[in-house]
Design a protein around this ligand. Structure first.
Ligand code: HEC
Length: 117
């Protein structure tokens, strides 16, 4: 009799602990955290099509497109990235004679920037 009471109390405690762990804010934050689009999309695109002219050292038109580490960094230089998106959309950048991204790649880049507004 006494033994089974102890056992069910133990089961209840175990369920409680599992519940706390599963629904703790940190567990939820981990599940909801999206990968940074800067890393998945923006930086690879820029590296491939822009940085040869817009690197950290003496960038064309003073537009330095390097140094993005997190999605939040795009907002810190929102004006420049807005312009970059516009140039890519209008197919002014990269300029004639450079390696050209496919329309699909342009779209992904622009969508990624728009998602950070
Ligand atoms: C071959 C070199 C070269 C490459 C590659 C290049 N650019 Fe440029 N970019 C320039 C030059 C030169 C200018 C300034 C003259 C002009 O606007 O054409 C410029 C200007 C710009 C400007 C400023 C435009 C304005 O009106 O103020 C932006 C933004 C820009 N580039 C973004 C990009 C992006 C984004 C990429 C990659 C998709 C890229 N560029 C690739 C050479 C380049």
């Amino acid at each position: 009799m006494n033994g089974s009471v102890k056992l069910s109390a133990l089961g209840f405690t175990a369920a409680l602990i599992i519940g706390i762990v599963a629904f703790s804010p940190t567990a939820q934050a981990k599940q909801q955290k999206k990968p940074e689009v800067v890393k998945t999309t923006v930086n690879p695109f820029v590296k491939k099509y822009c940085v040869s002219c817009h690197g950290a050292k003496d960038p064309a038109d003073g537009v330095n497109l390097t140094g993005l580490k997190t999605d939040a960094d795009v907002k810190k230089a929102a004006k420049m990235w807005k312009k970059a998106g516009r140039e890519v959309l209008a197919k002014k950048m990269p300029p004639q004679g450079s390696a050209m991204p496919k329309d699909e790649e342009r779209k992904k880049f622009i969508d990624a920037l728009n998602s950070l507004k």
